[in-house]
Write a protein that binds this ligand. Structure first.
Ligand code: AMP
Length: 190
């Protein structure tokens, strides 16, 4: 059973590639963004409003909240192939993920980075917002996008070196077509 981290900036296609792995390879997708959005929609959630405000601004939700949400799922899906989408997003989260996996004798097989050009990325997201405003999320706007890219560069990008040093990093061209990236991912995991 494969356990994979998918890394890359907002809008690079992590969600799209994860969904393909779910449909074609029976992966289970653990997306912290989705888990957090569930909390914001739950009126009983202790942190719902706080999380909503942070996500709207494009900042990272505090580690303790995100880690609590994800760690319990790791055990549930221990015997499944899992794709971590949007987690870890900083070094502390990467270390906590390693600890939790190790404690449960689970191996992280690969961290796959979807590498993209930031200017093209911005154009892509702005086009997406313009073409289908009804599907835009509350964090889909230029100000939040710029913030999310800054947070990616400062907090998330250092994880690339972390996984490189562990010898499990694979880099893919995130500007390639959805189909080609999917093929490359399948080559890595199979
Ligand atoms: P995403 O759906 O992955 O693009 O995430 C949307 C937003 O959720 C991010 O901009 C963050 O505010 C929050 N978020 C998602 N995953 C994490 C994480 N691992 N750590 C902290 N915040 C997160």
């Amino acid at each position: 059973m494969n356990k994979i981290v998918l890394l890359g900036p907002p809008g690079c296609g992590k969600g799209t590639q994860s969904k393909l792995l779910v449909e074609e390879q029976k992966f289970y997708q653990l997306s912290t963004g989705d888990l957090l959005r569930e909390q914001t929609g739950n009126s009983n959630s202790e942190y719902g409003q706080k999380i909503k405000d942070i996500m709207k601004k494009g900042d990272l939700v505090p580690d303790e909240i995100v880690i609590n949400l994800i760690v319990e799922k790791i055990l549930i899906y221990k015997n499944e192939s899992v794709i971590f989408d949007g987690f870890p997003r900083n070094l502390n989260q990467a270390e906590v993920l390693d600890d939790s996996l190790e404690k449960n004798s689970i191996n992280l097989n690969f961290a796959i980075l979807l590498d993209v050009d930031f200017d093209i990325l911005k154009e892509r997201i702005l086009k997406r917002i313009k073409d289908s405003p009804e599907e835009a999320r509350s964090d889909d706007n230029l100000e939040t996008l710029n913030k999310r890219i800054d947070v990616y560069k400062s907090d998330t990008f250092p994880i690339v070196d972390y996984y490189e040093n562990k010898g499990i990093l694979k880099r893919l061209n995130g500007m390639d077509s959805i189909e080609n990236i999917n093929k490359e991912i399948l080559k890595i995991i199979n």
